[in-house]
Design a protein around this ligand. Structure first.
Ligand code: KG4
Ligand code: ZN
Length: 357
């Protein structure tokens, strides 16, 4: 089954074609990504209206390009998948509208994919042998969640952030220290040149039981340290290193607790912060020490992309799931509401349960 995937939930227009005749990343026949970073940079953050308009400009050319790269025409597609939420409503509507129109014209099924399920399933592109149960750490600009994956499509929230997401904390901290937007990856690059232990920040909420996170206090600690410092390039790098170590240690401590709580030894990591080199090394070492396994997508598949949507959509379409021909998006959407991935065609479902609003 050849599925076109469309991602437009925020500031990246992503398109890919996934073919289920192949295993894992081999099935990725072509993909294209257009980042709106330059468009939003002068505002220091994503401007939703500008994001929507840019998706309108870029989506059709990217679809043409992706199909050409895959050596296919629209008639070769067996289905269309699009991000239906969570995300910016106007941006989501662009992808949903184009996907539904294409599916209607081709008389093929279409499915709205949960953006975080797309992230969560991306590690399976790298390791097709991976089978639940496992624990997923989802760390993006909007989410920080620990999820028990009992089966594909069956997700139990173990813990989440009570305030800022990990990526948001990276971005806000970078902005405080005058790094250009988007700051997360820039802060990580700067941290690589800093010395450990010059600045030691707290590991929030690790001194008590539980699997929730809180990163906003850490951000304030960094702000106070930055203001009180000489603000030299070396100090900035040392503070960046101290901040990154605090986030990475906190995530690793909670991941280990989550593995204990779920009673399994496989950890998968997904979302933009999953591209962080120090986080990957720390979690891989932790899993290895326990005799378990940590799986990550390659960095380009950690951040937003069309491949994860094509892949997640293909799994659901292949299981006989599809949505009605309505353009419906869910800016807020609880992943626990998703139907399990049934394996037979007679399991017609579809976002049947109302998403949380
Ligand atoms: O998953 P993603 O591309 O978009 C959302 O769905 O939010 O995640 C973007 C987030 C941003 O906050 C960005 O700063 C962060 O991921 N990020 C990183 C790194 N690369 C991207 N954070 C830390 N280290 C990185 N190398
Ligand atoms: Zn994302």
């Amino acid at each position: 089954m050849r599925v076109l995937g469309i991602e437009t939930s925020c500031d990246e227009t992503g398109v890919a074609v996934y073919d289920t005749a192949f295993a894992g990343v081999e099935g990725l026949r072509a993909q294209a990504l257009y980042s709106q970073i330059a468009l939003h940079a002068e505002y220091g953050g994503v401007v939703p209206e500008l994001a929507s308009r840019d998706h309108v400009r870029k989506l059709l050319p990217l679809i043409r390009q992706t199909l050409a790269d895959a050596g296919m025409g629209v008639g070769d597609l067996d289905g269309v998948a699009y991000t239906a939420g969570p995300g910016l409503v106007g941006a989501l509507l662009v992808g949903a509208g184009v996907a539904r129109a294409l599916a209607w014209a081709l008389d093929k099924p279409a499915i709205g994919v949960h953006h975080m399920e797309g992230h969560l399933l991306a590690p399976l592109l790298e390791a097709p042998d991976l089978e639940p149960p496992f624990v997923a750490l989802l760390v993006s600009g909007g989410h920080t969640q620990l999820v028990a994956v009992d089966a594909i499509g069956q997700y139990r929230l173990l813990g989440e952030t009570l305030d800022d997401a990990a990526g948001e904390a990276f971005d806000k901290t970078a902005k405080m220290m005058d790094l250009p937007y988007p700051g997360g990856s820039q802060l990580a690059a700067l941290a690589a040149t800093g010395s450990p232990d010059v600045y030691k920040f707290s590991r929030p909420m690790t001194d008590r039981p539980g699997l929730d996170f809180s990163f906003s206090g850490l951000k304030t600690q960094v702000l106070l340290a930055w203001r009180a410092s000489d603000q030299s390039p070396k100090t900035r790098a040392d503070i960046a290193r101290g901040f990154e170590d605090a986030v990475v240690d906190t995530l690793a401590i909670k991941c280990e607790r989550a593995l204990d709580a779920a009673g399994c030894e496989t950890l998968i990591v997904a979302g933009g912060v999953g591209a962080n080199v120090r986080l990957r090394a720390k979690l891989a070492a932790m899993a290895a020490r326990r005799g378990g396994r940590a799986c990550f997508p390659r960095p380009a598949l950690c951040t937003d992309n069309g491949a994860m949507i094509a892949f997640a959509g293909a799994l659901r379409l292949q299981a006989g799931q599809q949505n009605d021909a309505a353009i419906q998006v869910m800016p807020r959407w609880d992943m626990a509401c998703l139907p399990p991935l049934a394996t037979s065609r007679d399991s017609a479902f579809v976002n049947a349960r109302e998403p949380a609003r």
